[in-house]
Design a protein around this ligand. Structure first.
Ligand SMILES: Cc1cc2nc3c(=O)[nH]c(=O)nc-3n(C[C@H](O)[C@H](O)[C@H](O)COP(=O)(O)OP(=O)(O)OC[C@H]3O[C@@H](n4cnc5c(N)ncnc54)[C@H](O)[C@@H]3O)c2cc1C
Length: 405
């Protein structure tokens, strides 16, 4: 290619997207990734006969950039997108209440679900509806909003702590990765407006129907190759040096990569250490962003515990539960997990999944996979079929779920 040479540091979803965008615009692109695989935080590893996933539990219909990436990678058929938002919300007492949108336009599409939401009293539901309407009118870009927490904003708008825990945090936690009391009010307003209050279908939930690596990293390797992007795995960028108008990405093991432009797509704590001095005005401020860990707990049951593909939990330490497949060799049994796990995908012609061995965790053994990736590996359902496997939870299943919680 004759265009400028762009080096992309980091082969996670951001680096993959950036590399494809640059290649599409005519640049010659090299991606360097320290791990032996692409996908970054979104990957799968294998334990016995199970593929277990890390990262990216769910996405929303309004995540248009992410969905475009899936389309570009050819992975959309490996995901499931609800035709209409539908969240079963469980509590340790065994009560199940559904948050379902109706066909009404936003924000009325959630009115009926809120009116029937049994984890709140009628008074709390009415107050929540008033707060939602108020929230739909605020300006997320207002700097004053960013000075307080979302929890403070909700309290000022009549939301009791129980209402925040049983309703607002159901959405705040998976989207902001913080409870309302810790998150910025501006970000809270943005997420609720974009995801729930502006467009009726924006909050429809999607998830992977195949191991995350089969949906992201493996097809990315093939797609980048087809786009003419060079991918260097196991390549740690040590520093980006700027000399006489040229940039060089220096490798940790010596060596380097000349580039006209460099895109740094690594976790924010690592950015300042890579960039040349003076590249950004106050690099120390990146450290002030902090982090908020997500804990995945994979639980394997010896029997089916739920027919729900996923559920939210209130008044429980389990915030979300995702159920995946069943244990091989135990036909009528099932598993539930707060993380995600898949039965080993059936290998198809040319997929050779049986030969794959993924790292147990980062830094473990290298992925061993035939070049090109297992296109369509683990494909089970088409997007848009709703992913419902068995209707509502039975009370017996509810009891088992309580044990799980
Ligand atoms: C458990 C978990 C659950 C999640 N759930 C969801 C969810 O439900 N919905 C959702 O939207 N998001 C979710 N996320 C977040 C989502 O997965 C991330 O936001 C996204 O994957 C980040 O992608 P990224 O490319 O920005 O960064 P990363 O995935 O972190 O990619 C950065 C890459 O840079 C590489 N790198 C770092 N330093 C160097 C270096 N010096 N040289 C070369 N390479 C380097 C790293 O190895 C990595 O591959 C979840 C994340 C986790 C961990």
């Amino acid at each position: 290619m004759s265009g400028p040479h762009v080096a992309v540091v980091g082969g996670g979803l951001a680096g993959i997207s950036a590399a494809l965008a640059c290649a599409d615009a005519g640049a010659s692109v090299t991606v360097v990734e320290v791990r032996p695989r692409l996908g970054g935080a979104v990957y799968s590893f294998r334990r016995d006969d199970l593929w277990l996933d890390n990262g990216q539990h769910v996405f929303l219909r309004c995540c248009t950039a992410y969905r475009s990436l899936l389309a570009r990678l050819g992975s959309e058929p490996d995901t499931i997108l609800q035709p209409r938002l539908e969240i079963p919300v469980l509590s340790p007492g065994g009560e199940v209440s559904w948050l379902r949108r109706s066909r009404a336009p936003a924000p009325l599409h959630l009115g009926a679900a809120l009116a029937r939401y049994r984890h709140l009293s009628p008074r709390q539901r009415a107050a929540a509806a008033r707060a939602a309407l108020a929230l739909s009118r605020v300006q997320p870009a207002d700097p004053a909003l960013d000075r307080g927490t979302f929890g403070e904003w909700l309290a000022q708008h009549g939301q009791a702590p129980e209402t925040v825990a049983a309703l607002w945090d159901l959405i705040a936690l998976p989207t902001l990765n913080l409870r309302a009391g810790e998150a910025s009010a501006a970000l809270g307003a943005f997420v609720f407006q974009e995801g729930l209050l502006r467009h009726a279908d924006a909050g429809d939930i999607g998830w992977a129907g195949a191991p995350l690596s089969a949906v992201h990293g493996w097809p990315a390797e093939r797609t980048l190759q087809e786009a003419g992007v060079e991918v260097r795995l196991g390549w740690r960028a040590q520093r980006v040096a700027a000399t006489r108008g040229r940039l060089e990405v220096e490798a940790a093991n010596g060596g380097g990569l000349d580039a006209d432009a460099v895109i740094v797509a690594v976790p924010h704590q690592r950015v300042a250490g890579l960039l040349p001095d003076g590249a950004i005005p106050a690099p120390e401020r990146l450290a002030a962003l902090g982090t908020s860990p997500i804990v995945n707990l994979h639980v394997v049951y010896d029997r089916r515990v739920t027919d729900l593909p996923f559920a939210a939990g209130v008044r429980s330490p389990v915030q979300y539960l995702l159920a995946r497949g069943h244990v091989p060799g135990r036909p009528r049994s099932g598993r539930a997990a707060t993380g995600t796990a898949h039965r080993r995908p059936r290998p198809g012609p040319g997929r050779g999944l049986d030969r794959h061995r993924l790292a147990g965790h980062d830094g473990g053994s290298r992925a061993q996979r035939p070049r090109g990736g297992p296109r369509g590996a683990g494909r089970r359902r088409r997007a848009g079929d709703g992913g419902r496997r068995g209707g509502r939870m039975t009370s017996a299943a509810g009891k088992r779920m309580r044990r799980c919680a």
